[in-house]
Design a protein around this ligand. Sequence first.
Ligand code: MN
Length: 253
Amino acid sequence: MTDRGDKSASAAIRAVVQGEVQGVGFRDATVSRAHALGVMGWVRNGEDRTLRVHAEGSERSVEELVAFLHEGPSLAWVSEVAIDKVAVEGHEQFAIRGVSAGVFVVQEHAATAHHFDLRLEVDGVMRSWALPKGPSLDPAVKRLAVEVADHAMAHDAFEGSLEAGRVIVWDRGTYEQGGRVAWPQALTRGHAVFVLHGEKLHGGFALQRTRSGAKAQWLLIKRRDEYAQPGSDIVAECPRSVLSGRALDEILE
Ligand code: MN
């Protein structure tokens, strides 16, 4: 785990590092250095062959991390580091962003009450939420998500008829964990941010718990990003299985 760091971070920067900075162990080295310095934030590879960093902590520890970014690990060659001072965001980890955390699946389920099951791979199991109305790509829409029992990953590709009703694989893919708090603690605390790379669902989402206890209630909300589709209804527009092309009513009992 990370050092606890300075809870009252006083400085925050965004850095863009140019040169030969990808594929040279720069992200891992930055994480190690940030942990040693008690700096919080994240590092990611940019799409433009840059390295991008958000760092926050004491003035001095952030300065030391910036000094490290100018040097980089031994295999890197740094040509330029652009620094912007930004607001402290309250990060409690230093994470690598833009990497897969595992798989996700959304299964449509004709149970007594028709619903969709969103499942995210966390520590080897599929954490699961039942969505009566399914997901939405419209950031203005908040969809109820009732926490249900974890499922085995072996169930991810299941499509067909169960005693509990017919099921299709409505969407699937991989996801990235995001947010200021490390997973699975983000789920324990009731606010989890993630990025989906599915066939139908793309981009950032948030799960926000609104009621704790058994069958805890959450809201699933699309974040405002380039994949948001205001006014859309993805469930109505794309009803078919991504595995078989079948609609739920084409599954035999
Ligand atoms: Mn279900």
